[in-house]
Ligand binder design. Structure first.
Ligand code: S3P
Length: 434
């Protein structure tokens, strides 16, 4: 369990080897698809975080038997596309936008009604982005003030649609594709820019009838899925905190083992290279029977980073890494600009406002825009007392800034939400810092 306050001091050296916990996005999807498939699947290296465990419990509440057989290993006895049963209580997705939006896609096309709730932060996050396309399919979902959780879902038979996403969002894309699984006919989703494609890869792995052409994805519904064994790679979004810490510390050397390298997720590696960082990647060979999610080892050595501009098509593939990239920008020489990232305002917190406030609190000079920020680099960091706004990625990003303090201690309050994505984070941090 993470503490609710983190105290971080500057560290001299960063070195070592880490095996990062399983990928959050892939863990959610593994539970969902194995529950909807026919037969026994295993999931290994599942992310044992609050968010993913909430998704797992939601399927248990709907009658799926899921047994823990190892540290982060589960056996799921899937019952097919129509094998879920009506939950007797609301499904609580905690802090997770991904959990709520993906599960809503599944529930909209079931033959029972359900209620999906979330914590205080999730209850303020927009749901219209999924209820609009799902309603076009014929779904009936009521929300608070027409946009916010809880979701009151009246399950029913849906109709296929072709839908152009107004924003690049893997969660919205996935909600529609999951609803399409139990809907007769072909549903097509067209993305403005490609977002993470874990759902598409895993649907193909479980035997769904799925076609992909450029940024268009079609699913032909009502085909039963086949149980599979999923090995979840390490989460590159969690690795990102240590990558930045090592990249910015001269003399550092860090090896991260078995990290997911999906091209729709590995933007952090490209951007750190653009900032001047030295990164070597050794990708593993995957066999045909494995989930097609590239994975491998990353060796990173430290040096001086340089400011860059992050914008346009960069954004969807580093959407969760922007808080830590803002810290990288503050440690780089020159100026770093983040643009076209308005989506950050509706994440677990308003991540633009939270990072601008926190970086200023430790001495940085930041200009805030509606869709990003400008960071003047290399201004010395000073100790301060800050708040994570209950957002795990703000807490972890700022803890990395703390390793570079010029003086004092960084006290970060409200850090227990780190458990939603990275249980044991503090242990990992102390392992590589001396
Ligand atoms: C996720 C998609 C992204 C990301 C989130 C996880 C997913 O959100 O920010 O942490 O697993 O599909 P959007 O779909 O809103 O971009």
């Amino acid at each position: 369990m993470s503490k609710n306050t983190l105290h971080v001091k500057s560290c001299e050296k960063i070195q070592g080897e880490l095996r990062i916990p399983g990928d959050k996005s892939i863990s959610h999807r593994a539970v969902i698809l194995s529950s909807l498939s026919c037969g026994k699947s295993t999931i290994s290296n599942f992310l044992m975080s609050a968010d993913c465990l909430n998704t797992l419990n939601a399927f248990r509440q709907m009658g799926i038997s899921i047994q823990q057989v190892g540290n982060a290993e589960f056996v799921v006895n899937g019952k097919g596309l129509n094998g879920l049963s009506k939950p007797s209580a609301p499904l609580d997705m905690g802090n997770s936008g991904t959990g709520m939006r993906l599960v809503a896609g599944v529930l909209a096309s079931q033959n029972f009604d359900s209620i999906v709730v979330g914590d205080e932060s999730l209850s303020t996050r927009p749901m219209k982005r999924i209820t609009v396309p799902l309603s076009v399919m014929g779904a009936h979902i009521e929300t608070r003030n027409g946009n916010y959780p809880p979701l009151d879902i009246k399950g029913r038979q849906l109709a296929p649609i072709t839908y152009e996403l107004p924003i690049a969002s893997a969660q919205v894309k996935s909600a529609i594709l999951l609803a399409a699984l139990n809907t007769s006919g072909t549903t097509t989703v067209i993305e403005p820019v490609q977002s993470r494609d874990h759902t598409e890869r895993m649907l193909a792995f479980f035997g769904a009838d799925i076609q992909r052409r450029d940024t268009s994805i079609s699913v032909m519904g009502k085909k039963e899925l086949t149980a599979r064994d999923v090995v979840v790679p390490g989460d590159i979004s969690s690795a990102a905190f240590f990558l930045v810490a090592a990249a910015a510390k001269p003399g550092a050397s860090l090896l991260l083992k078995d990290v997911g390298l999906n091209p729709t997720r590995h933007g952090i590696l490209e951007l750190l290279k653009r900032m001047g960082s030295n990164i070597e990647v050794r990708e593993y060979l995957l066999n045909e029977n494995e989930l097609s999610e590239p994975r491998g080892d990353i060796l990173i050595t430290g040096g001086q980073l340089h400011g860059i501009t992050i914008q346009g098509a960069d954004i969807p593939i580093v959407i969760d890494e922007l808080p830590i990239l803002a810290v990288a920008g503050a440690l780089a020489d020159g100026v770093t600009v983040i643009k076209d990232a308005k989506e950050l305002r509706v994440k677990e917190s308003d991540r633009i406002a939270a990072m601008a406030l926190n970086l200023r609190a430790i001495g940085c000079e930041i200009e805030e825009f509606d869709d990003g920020m400008k960071i003047y680099g290399k201004i010395p960091f000073h100790g301060a007392k800050i708040d994570s706004f209950g957002d795990h990625r703000i807490a972890m990003a700022m803890s990395i800034a703390g390793l570079f303090l010029h003086d004092g201690t960084l006290i970060i309050n409200n850090t227990k939400n780190i458990d939603t994505s990275f249980p044991d984070y503090e242990t990992y941090l102390t392992t590589i810092c001396s």
